[in-house]
Write a protein that binds this ligand. Sequence first.
Ligand SMILES: Cc1ncc(C[n+]2csc(CCOP(=O)(O)OP(=O)(O)O)c2C)c(N)n1
Ligand code: SF4
Length: 493
Amino acid sequence: MSMEKVKFGRSKVFFDPFNRRPGPIKKNMHYCPGCGHGILHKLIAEAIEHYGIQQDVAFIAPVGCAVFAYYYFNTGAISVPHGRAPAVGTGVGRANPEKFVISYQGDGDLAAIGFNEFIQAANRGEKMTIFFVNNTNYGMTGGQMAPTTLPGQKTTTTPFGRNPLTEGYPINVSSLINTLTSPVYIERVALTSTARIAAAKKAVYKGIENLRDRKGFSFIEVLAPCPINLRMTTEQLNDFIENKMTEFFPIGCVRDRSAETAVGELPPATIHEPAEVMAKLFPLRQEGGVADDFRNDSEIFNRELRIRMSGFGGQGILSLGHNFANMARLRNFNVSWMPSYGPEQRGGAASCAVILSRGVISNPMVDNNCDLLIALTQMALDKFGHQLSDNGILIYDRSAMSKPEVKGNQKVFGLDALAIANSVGNPKCANSVILGALAVILKKYAPLTEGDAADYDKVYREALTESFGSKPKVLEQNFAAFEAGKAAMAAEL
Ligand SMILES: Cc1ncc(C[n+]2csc(CCOP(=O)(O)OP(=O)(O)O)c2C)c(N)n1
Ligand code: SF4
């Protein structure tokens, strides 16, 4: 059957009845009488059927009147947050390259809140077809101004008519993406008459054919009636679309490179093996050749370790946590590092929660059962002291507070971290002083074997080199601070 022939009856791509639609009405769509969405749905369903891709379509529905498209289309369907259809479609398409992604969006959804997602997907030439319903307003929410509202057009948010001096001119989306290199096919159609609908049908079929043939990004803009919010009769609406909208949105093909674009191969899955990604991101770990050999049998490393480091901004407390987390990462721990600081650049309270685990870390918060607390101010101790477990370790800055009370089996160690850092010539190295002190504490109390203690020193150097490799002087000062911290803590124990 020629595709131009009018089809009566319901496409098999639609459910029949619409059982997903709540309430007693199962035969009709929820759209207002005369709405363009229903007509466009019909054309898309027929095209999907025609090209035989129903089983593999992922239909991404917007927020807007078409949010319930999944009531009707018997295809894979996802409803997404407002404006996110091209972003979700990108994810779906990349993770499941064999699927056919359709993004269906209104002018509020696509050209306002979701404009960036849309234009980036168009620019990347994602293999998807987008149907863009331009009805010059936010239909679902009662007729607010959209980016496509015409100058002078009254909406609930432009009661005196859109004024280009204050609201700008309508955005011509099809022309805008015609400045990009990637899109294969861009056409604007309308739904005002049988002839226009027949032309729209051709465009819809081409968009779906391109999708089937994996040719790339196709975009079909549909000038559609919204009789309810525009408060017009069908005749008035047809006149509005044909004579007013087309002044800003001329009907016709904007670009068609479908014929010269080769039928695409199934795109390669762009999800890489985790090991491959790690090797790429963290080459040092590979070069060091120490990826898998740190398997300390100590009980302490066989469970989640929960650490809180806290002090004032500027004391390097966040870097301390970051460096420690990095050291653990370089030895195949899963880690989380969650900083928390006030808006002040310097001097406000700053802290970070670090978790190390050989298993999955499901929650990066540390608000109880803390294994290790490093407190560099009295305020930090007051705030987090009670979270330290009965078997936990506390390291505090002796110059900032007197020896805190000990609870249960807690072990408490004082250190003049800042003074030691100053002695090596850089107060910013206090965090390396603490990491040095921690080496000694862990060796004795974790306990670490000789080999693992040596590896702790090694991985400290690896982590610091990763951060400061290009600054030999800073590196040298930190290494000195680390050794000074070790010596100071060894003298205490
Ligand atoms: C994040 C977010 N912001 C705002 C809304 C409210 N909202 C729902 S639909 C809509 C506009 C839809 O208009 P359009 O995309 O033109 O689709 P139409 O309803 O006209 O088909 C808005 C702003 C929302 N649901 N979510
Ligand atoms: S409000 Fe407008 S776009 Fe929404 S269903 Fe009604 S006519 Fe269609």
